[in-house]
Design a protein around this ligand. Structure first.
Ligand SMILES: *[C@@H]1O[C@H](CO)[C@@H](O)[C@H](O)[C@H]1NC(C)=O
Ligand SMILES: *[C@@H]1O[C@H](CO)[C@@H](O)[C@H](O)[C@H]1NC(C)=O
Length: 473
């Protein structure tokens, strides 16, 4: 893999000078905005049922994913999902986040939100997630959500959660419940890279995206690295796509030399059409990266036409920090995984997820849980492999046993304490539907509910008992 000297030289400087003053230097106290733009029926069973969805243990066998619902109701699916997008995440939720002193959110997204990347003849996903067509009334979609978060001063991590071709085995969060994930193929890697180029452009040029600080390349790839061929190369290409788009947009360190592109960073009235076409001047980029940038331009043009986003096409050089590229950490996978730290160019961070309720982490007792979490070595183990800073992008209060209220306070404290040894944490999820169909999922999976019931402290930095771990270490 050749990396252009131009870019390499530029970003070795960037990584030291530009970002140090910003994200994620402040500890992350965050939540996921899950089940919004990637619907996970288990988190909102009542609404899913009302939309025409179903409940079954094996989610590939009934209407239990965005794919299955869109396929079942081709004429109404877009409207059904639009109603969900408008009601699941609202200004009231953002107000509650502000009250709870949440400083960062992670927004799970499907690849289908960039609609021109979907093969509509064979793939079934709802349309309109980035912005409703102008003629519809409901206002709440990605752009609207980002506006609210920007106005509230909350940082955003855009998480490519449900990838083209499906990246996880039989999971609702993958968009399609299937035993044959096909993400790990060049066609789908290429689509994910094009998605990245489009998102990077929007992140820097669309004012609605102003609080986007990071893009995550891929949520939870299959843990067995033998089943994810080409993933390491994808990681390298992902970083190069982000940095090349930024270079073309003139997001650079002041006073640096940029070869042929030096005019961009100081220009006014830049035309995106001509700017992105200059990708050929970055001729030593490999074919995948070149192609991702080339695909991005017509995609952006199509989106601009569909959604009235034409204003992003003329701009002054944006004074933005480069995005933090983000990957699941190297230790997420086993069987000799690729290390995302070898892809680094500029600011980069790593993500680990930890749930005890699915088994395999600790015995199902209070003391085993606390002993495990209080002695968790993940931050250090990752740092030893260059995966630093590390945040814990998903965790919950869920357990394999019936937890008492008293235990859940300790469980919250101990997890927060441990995850704060890294860059911080983002709880899964900001909310869970309150309905009889789910039993009491909100109790251990909803941040808002955890606050209400007093398991989580109003101030996210605080603990009920900062010494909670001492007896277990
Ligand atoms: C998604 O699911 C459908 C039906 O369950 C299947 O036919 C299709 O091939 C799946 N798509 C992918 C990319 O796995
Ligand atoms: C960019 O190209 C598209 C498609 O050719 C065109 O519709 C649009 O007006 C162009 N924008 C600018 C600012 O040149």
């Amino acid at each position: 893999m050749t990396i252009t000297l131009l870019i390499a030289a530029l970003f070795s400087v960037l990584s030291f000078s530009r970002v140090s003053a910003s994200f994620p230097d402040q500890k992350i106290y965050g939540v996921n905005i899950g089940s919004w733009l990637v619907f996970e029926p288990w988190m909102a069973e009542q609404e899913w049922k009302e939309m025409g969805g179903e409940q079954c243990d094996d989610c590939s066998l009934c209407i239990r994913s965005e794919w299955a619902l869109t396929k079942a109701y081709p004429d109404t699916a877009d409207t059904l999902f639009q109603n969900h997008w408008a009601s699941w995440f609202t200004q009231d939720d953002v107000d509650q986040l502000v009250q709870a002193q949440i400083n960062t959110v992670r927004i799970p997204l499907g690849f289908w939100i960039i609609e021109p990347l979907v093969d509509c003849s064979t793939e079934f996903y709802p349309k309109g997630g980035i912005l409703h067509l102008v003629r519809t009334i409901l206002p709440s979609t990605l752009k609207r959500g980002l506006q609210m978060l920007r106005d509230a001063g909350i940082n955003v991590i855009l998480d490519h959660h449900a990838l083209p071709g499906v990246a996880a085995v039989n999971q609702m969060f993958a968009g399609n419940c299937t035993y044959q994930p096909q993400f790990y193929t060049s066609w789908n890697y290429d689509r994910a890279l094009a998605w990245t180029a489009v998102m990077t452009t929007l992140a820097h040029l669309d004012p609605d995206f102003a609080s986007v600080v990071s893009i995550q390349a891929a949520n939870e790839p299959i843990m067995d690295a033998n089943q994810t061929p080409g993933y390491g190369e994808f990681q390298t290409n992902f970083v190069q796509v982000v940095r090349s788009v930024e270079l073309l947009l003139g997001i650079t360190v002041a006073g640096e030399a940029h070869g042929d592109l030096s005019d961009v960073s100081t220009s006014h009235n830049i035309n995106l059409n001509t700017t992105l076409s200059r990708v050929s001047q970055l001729s030593s980029l490999n074919a995948e990266v070149q192609s991702a940038l080339q695909v991005a331009l017509p995609v952006l043009q199509e989106m601009a036409a569909d959604y009235g986003m034409g204003s992003i096409f003329t701009f002054s050089a944006p004074s933005r920090d480069p995005l933090v590229t983000n990957f699941m950490d190297v230790n997420w996978q086993y069987h000799n995984p690729s290390n995302p730290s070898s892809a680094v160019m500029g600011p980069q961070a790593y993500d680990n997820h930890l749930y005890y309720s699915f088994g395999g982490v600790a015995d199902a007792t209070e003391s085993a849980y606390l002993t495990s979490i209080c002695n968790l070595g993940r931050v250090a183990a990752d740092a030893a492999l260059g995966n630093s800073p590390l945040w814990f992008g998903e965790w919950a209060l869920s357990t394999q046993f019936d937890a008492t209220d008293d235990f859940l306070k300790k469980w919250a404290d101990a997890q927060k304490l441990t995850y704060s040894q890294g860059a911080g944490w983002l709880f899964w999820n900001f909310k869970i539907e309150n309905s009889d169909l789910e039993g009491d999922y909100p109790r251990q999976w909803s941040y808002f509910e955890g606050l209400k019931r007093g398991y989580l402290t109003q101030d996210p930095e605080a603990m009920h008992n900062p010494q909670v771990c001492e007896p277990y270490m």
